[in-house]
Design a protein around this ligand. Sequence first.
Ligand code: WQD
Length: 332
Amino acid sequence: MKILVTGGTGYIGSHTCVELLDNGYEVVIIDNLSNSKRDVVDKIEKITNKKVTFYEGDCCDKNILTKIFKENEISAVIHFAGYKAVGESVLNPLKYYRNNLDSSITLLEVMNDFGVKKIVFSSSATVYGKPDKLPIKEDFPLSTTNPYGTTKLMIENILRDLYKSDNEWSIAILRYFNPIGAHKSGLIGENPNDIPNNLMPYIVKVATGQLECVNVFGNDYDTKDGTGVRDYIHVVDLAKGHIKAIEKIIKSSKVDAYNLGTGNGYSVLEIINTFKKVNNVDFKYKIVDRRPGDIDACYADPSYAKKELDWSALYGIEDMCKDSYNFVQKNK
Ligand code: WQD
C-alpha cells in the first residue's frame, strides 16, 4: 500500500516515513526542501533498508501533484507540508495563509480528481488557544492566537466541510502537542539551521556550545515552578500515532480529531534539569521576560486517541532529552 507523505523530509515527516516503511507500507515523498535537506531521504532508506520514491516539489503546484498520482497508485496521504513558525506567521501572515491554505486545497483537489479520499492531517494543539482547564480534550473550544494556528484551524474546517459534502472521505486530524527527541539511530532529528524558536532545539544548541545561554521566558506563570508547562512527546511516539491513524482511515469513513500528547506536563526548568542530568552536561540559563502569546500550561488528555486509535505515548522525558542530544552529537 502506497502512502504519499507531503513534507516527508521534515522533522515529524521523516520519522513517520521510517515508521511507515517499518510497518510494510510503500512511501512516496513530496517536499520542496524549504525547511529540510535532500539527504534525509537517504537516511530514511538507511534506517529502514527500504527504498523511498522522492519528488522535489511544492504542494501548491497542481502539475507535480498530478504527476505523482499518475505515476503512483496512492492509497492515502499524510499531509505535513506547511510553514510552522508561530513568530514568523505573526510578522508575515500572508505568506502563511497563501502557502498553508493553497497547498492543502490543491492537494485535496488532486486527491479528489484521482478518487483518493483518505488523509491524515498534521494539526496542532495550538488550535485550543488558551484552554480554560486541563487536561485538554478534543471537544474543547477551538480558538487561535496567531496566523500559523489559524491556518491549522481553517484547514481542519475545510476537511470537515469536505467530509460533509462527500462521506466517502476518511479523515484523521492529529493535534500534536510538543514534539521533541529523535530516532535512536541519531540519523534523523530536529536541527534547524537558524536560531531555534522552540525550547529543545535551543537547549541542544546551548549544550553543544553553538549558542551562549538558554533564555527561560518567564518564571511567574501559574505553574509548579513558575515556568511554562507543556506536554512534550517523543517524535517517534508521534510518528507511531500516524500509523495508527492510517489504519483507522483505511477501515472507516469519517472525520475526527485526536490529541497526540502524553498527558504529562513538564516545566521549562524540569526540561533543563532533566536534560543536564541524563546527558551529563552543564550549560547556562537565565530567567527573562515572558514571550508574548505564551500560555501558562498546556497538556493533553490522550484517552480518546487511546480508545479510537489504540495509541498512547511510550517514551518518557529522559528518552526525549537523551535522543535529542544524541542526534546533534552525531550530526555536528
Ligand atoms: C515551550 C516552552 C516557552 C523557548 C510551539 C508552537 C506550537 C507547536 C510547538 C507547531 C514555553 C518556553 C521556549 C526558549 C523558553 N509548533 N521557552 N525559552 O510555544 O509550546 O509551541 O511549538 O505546531 O504550535 O506554538 O513550544 O518550544 O516554543 O516553548 O523558555 O528559548 O518553553 O515559553 O513555555 P510552544 P516552545
